[in-house]
Each structure stands twice: as C-alpha cells, then as structure tokens.
Ligand binder design. Structure first.
Ligand SMILES: [Zn+2]
Length: 442
C-alpha cells in the first residue's frame, strides 16, 4: 500500500465537527467568551469557500467549516447569484477559532469562540477573481504575511520515499535524481520502526544506520529530506509514553481525552500548548541526523495546518481551561522550535510565516475545486501535491500537471498522491512523461 492509504485525510474531513460536538455539552457555556454573527444569504444560490485551494459549489446542503484548518483556511466566504456577489470577511488578526455554518436559502452563521472581530460584508461582482482580490487586500496586511522570513529553496520535485528498505529507497532516489533538476524534496513516510499510525511519538528508524546513510545521500545531492512526524497524535498503546501522554493529552470539557476517530481510537490528540508535547517533538526533530551527524535539512509535520482546532479544558497545561487561542499559539510555538525546512499538511493561513511547503492534495480531484488560494496568496509559500486516479495513464498525469499549474501548485504537482508506489510510475515511464510536461510549462 502506498502513502494515501496510510494517511488519514479522508477521516479527518469526516471528523471536522467532532471537537465542536464534544464542547457543546456541559455547564460552562455561559462562562465562555465568544459570540455569533448571522448574515442573510437567502438571495444567493452559489457559495465560494476557502476549502484548501478553494471550492465553488451550488448551495444545496448545509455546510460547516472550522477556522483555522485546511477545510476553512481563510476567514472568508462569498455568495453568488447570477447578477451579484456578497463577500464576508471576519477580520480577526489573531486568527481565533470560529465555526462557519451555512444554511442554503437562509443564513451564514459564524460563531467565534474567542473575541468577536469586525465582520465586514461587501457587495462584489459574482466572480472568484473579485472575491479573491478583496480578501487579498486584507490578508496581505496580516502578521502571517508581513513577518514571514523563510529561506528554504523552492523545490522542483517531491519524491515519496515510501519503501520499507532504505537500500531500495536509495536506488529509487538515484533514479529520481537522474530525471529531475535539483533541488528536490524527499518525503520519507515509512522510515519508522513501527507502521503508519502506530506508536506515535516513537520516531526510532527501522534501520537506523541505513536511514542515516540515505539522509547523507540527500544532503550530498541537494535533496531536502522531510521525514514524516505526526504533530498532533500520540498512541495510548505506547507503554513507555502512556504516563506522559496522559499529562499532555488534550482534554474535552468533560476532561476526557480526544480520540482521533473510532477506527483509530488508540490515537489521541495532544494539546499543542503543552510544553511536554513541544519538547518531545523538538527532541524528535533534533534526532533526525545523517551518517555525518548533521541534522536532516527538513521535516514534515502531519496534520499541523490541516486539522480543525479543538479547545482544551486541561487545568495544568499553562493555558486557561477552554482558552480558544491555546491550540494555535501552541502550534506556532512548536514551529518556532523546528529548524530547517518545514512542510506541513494543510494550509491554515495563520501558520504561513513559519512554514515552507504546504501539502494541499485532499480535494484536488473534486470538480468544484477552484484556485482561490493562488489568487489570494500567490506563491508566498510553495503549495504542493495532487491526487491521482488509480492506475493513472500518461495522458491523465500530464493533464494533472497542467491543471495543478493553474492552481499555482509547484514541484510538478508532486508528491503525486496515488495508490501506486512512485517507483512504479517511473518504471512504466509515466513519471518521466509528466516531468517533461512540467518542464515545458515552467
Ligand atoms: Zn491544553
């Protein structure tokens, strides 16, 4: 099985409202800050939403998104009829947690869990471009843009290193290098001694010396190594971490720990604000060393800018119980401690000043996907990744590369997210055909 089957993006989408459900119980609601704004959208039949790259769809069913996350990555929504458009911007410079609920033929209801910001509505032309241009004016003045100082290179290809053997990995890497131009990225997804979604945060390599040799080869050949680390989850069955895990676990309002989902209930959310959690991930990052003892050039942090934030009610994490800003503050503090190139899953805008590559692949095969993100943020960060159909043909992959370019996606739309190992795409020549296409488009 290759990468997409071993990652959890599909499930994440289904779970988007779980923290909200968990928090709607209990008696503390009255003590919370926050407030709700409602906007009449009854005159509109289409909606433009900041779901990853963007989504333009007919208003037929209720929609929900929690900001800041991959599925609601910017603080806006736009509503269109044939003749007019309505843009809504929540101007929250702190980027607090907010739930956006849309009732077709009724209202947009935004519930802010923290301070209620100014919510601006603007009449605009009913187009993607008009909505993007107006939001961009506000977005580019925010701290996640104005304070951004990153130096990681723009990459021409992201290779997926998903084999269980490092010797096999190095053979594949040589083949990729022979067909691409440096610098490239190498995303190591199967390097740990445990399988995918097991025993986080144990990040010991399966083949320690061999893995160190692969990392050294990356350093030698201008390939930025990005080993997979899950930034959010710990495994209750990891016995030597259980006691620590219980201390740093995110707590719901009823003080339960929060399972990732029913299927993978061994995995529990950590509270990103917890110093113990940040320390652990900083140690993991520092442990990624090549055969010469040098740190890997980068790291991949799964879920960090994708997962909808949950609110933590623990009393001993250093934040106020129920603090709606703790999640994002914790993630930002963690990113501050991670050196080198950083790739994250998802594209919640409030982290843009601290990341280099954002993996945006989940909704790319949907017909209602539109390039809203590119029109707002341009190439401020390098967006990467695209979903491929099973057994993708040469022509399908070339078309994918062209469509991805229209969405501002770099690196030849890699990593190509598919059920087939990347090495198979090279073995049958499909990868090379797409790379020629990507070079032509550049
Ligand atoms: Zn907490």
């Amino acid at each position: 099985m290759s990468v997409p089957h071993r990652t959890r993006r599909r499930v994440l989408g289904q779970l988007a409202s779980l923290p909200l459900v968990a928090l709607s119980r209990g008696s503390r609601a009255a003590a919370r800050s926050g407030g709700t704004r409602e906007i009449d959208i009854s005159g509109y039949d289409r909606v433009l939403l900041p779901r990853e790259h963007g989504q333009l769809t007919r208003l037929t069913t209720p929609l929900h998104g929690r900001y800041p996350s991959r599925d609601h990555c910017m603080q806006m929504a736009a509503f269109f009829s044939a003749r007019r458009g309505l843009l809504v911007i929540a101007k929250d410079a702190r980027g607090g947690v907010a739930d956006w609920d849309i009732r077709p033929g009724g209202t947009l209801r935004i519930h802010f869990h923290g301070e209620v910001p100014e919510v601006e509505t603007q009449q605009i032309d009913p187009t993607l471009e008009a909505a993007a241009a107006a939001y961009r004016q506000w977005a580019l003045r925010q701290s996640w843009v104005t304070t951004r100082r990153r130096t990681a290179p723009r990459l021409n290809f992201f290779s997926v290193a998903s084999q269980s053997s490092q010797a096999g990995e190095r053979v594949h890497l040589q083949r990729v290098l022979a067909n691409t131009q440096p610098p490239i990225g190498v995303w190591f997804t199967q390097w740990r001694r445990y399988g995918f979604d097991e025993k986080y945060p144990d990040y010991s390599p399966r083949e320690p010396q061999e893995f160190a040799h692969t990392l050294a080869l990356c350093a030698l050949r201008d390939a930025v190594a990005l080993p997979y680390v899950n930034a959010q989850l710990w495994d209750q069955t990891l016995s030597d971490f259980h006691e620590v895990g219980v201390r740093l676990a995110l707590r719901t309002e009823t003080h339960d720990t929060l399972p990732y989902n029913a299927e993978l209930s061994n995995l529990r959310y950590a509270c990103p604000y917890s110093r113990d959690w940040q320390d652990r991930l900083a140690q993991v990052r520092a442990s990624l060393r090549d055969a010469e003892g040098r740190r890997s050039q980068g790291v991949y942090l799964d879920m960090l800018a994708a997962a909808p934030p949950a609110i933590c009610w623990a009393e001993d994490h250093g934040h106020r119980p129920g603090d709606p800003y703790a999640w994002a503050q914790g993630q930002r503090a963690l990113l501050q401690r991670i050196d080198g190139a950083v790739m994250v899953e998802g594209n919640a805008e409030i982290y843009l000043d601290r990341v280099d590559y954002v993996l945006m692949h989940l909704w790319t095969d949907q017909p209602d996907a539109v390039p809203l993100w590119k029109l707002v943020y341009g190439d401020l960060v390098q967006s990467v990744g695209w979903r491929l159909p099973p057994a993708v043909t040469d022509e399908q992959l070339r078309n994918t590369v062209r469509r991805a370019r229209d969405f501002g996606v770099g690196a030849g739309a890699t990593p190509w997210m598919t059920s087939e190992p990347e090495s198979a795409l090279f073995a049958r020549g499909t990868a090379q055909s797409a790379l020629v296409e990507a070079r032509t488009l550049r």
